[in-house]
Design a protein around this ligand. Sequence first.
Ligand SMILES: O=C(O)C(=O)Cc1ccc(O)cc1
Length: 392
Amino acid sequence: MAASLSRPCFISLHLPYRQGWGQHLASTFRFQPVAVRETPRVRQVALQRESAIFLVNERLAPASTSSHDFLYDIDPQPTLGTASNVCFEVDDVPGLCKRLQSQGCSLLVPPTELRDDAGSVTYGVVSSVVGNISHTLLDRSCYQGLFLPGFQPIQGAPSATGDGIKITHFDHITYVCPRGGARAALDWYQRCFGFQRFLLNPRERPAEGYVLGGQGVGMLLLALQSAQGTPGHGCKLVFAESLSQNGTNQVDTFLEQHGGAGIQHVGLCTTDIVSTTRALQQRGARFFTPPTTYYSQGGKAEEIRGAGQDPHMLAELGILLDTTVPGDKGQPGTDATESPSQEYLMQIFTHPIFSEETFFLELIDRRGAPGFGEGNIRALWKAVQVYMDQQQ
Ligand SMILES: O=C(O)C(=O)Cc1ccc(O)cc1
């Protein structure tokens, strides 16, 4: 039987020695430092915005032979910044670890109990079949503290209200897989963790996945959603694989610069993408913007107005908008007659966060649309292409 996971508790980032990116996430993206653990060798800081938590891990000393310096994680020994661990809350850590091992999954940290005055937690760490990714499985049902045992709460963290940034939770995590590897990764997550298939777009054929071709784009996308979780708050996993003939694109560049498969981006759900993008831009966050023709060609301005948004405002900020084709939603369990039209989503993507062309963040504002916008993905792909050409 497969495990049933709820949404991620945290996503863990590892920085090479001496890269102050935790500070960047705190100051630019206004994630609040809520808890810290520091030893002579490592610092781990939990940064939170509503239910989205990043655990930022960094070494304070250059090298260590121990892979157990980091609590609730393992050390991927990065030579560059990487998002390598997704922690899921589960009910029965020992039982799940045993089941996963019997499926051939390697157990990096066996079930371990940690406690402090606020109670106890049990966790274990397993490796994924994709690149350097691992998963921490955590039961914190007997814990009342702010974050986790071993961490100290950070007092006097700046207030996150009234700054215009409305980020609520992790919407999706996108993995870059090696060529030919996306289907196997999807099958593994379905079999081991009980994720269910999610069709990205009405045009996706389940057996083939969502193939984006033509106009310089070549990519296969497949997706899963967690079986459990608050409705509308589940986190999807997206598996991307390059089908492109020429290797200078976002997916192949990730593989090359990351040194293999891994987490390419995290979609942060926002309830107000306009005010959030504006506030983040004012704080120095840099986003990919589509060419201005994106807003003037092919009826895009009418599409944006029809959705009740202002094309000039979206163009000024670089926000992308895609509407769902009415009556063609194709998602299992959704009734196309429920709301006839104007389900749409808006997205914007940051520049890579670390010094390499690897990990980035996305803001996604879903107005009833559960899938992913083909026009938005194409616009991002083109904007990245222009950016990479300028870098050369
Ligand atoms: O649209 C999204 O958020 C996706 O996750 C799809 C996607 C996958 C890979 C890319 O390089 C760009 C977009």
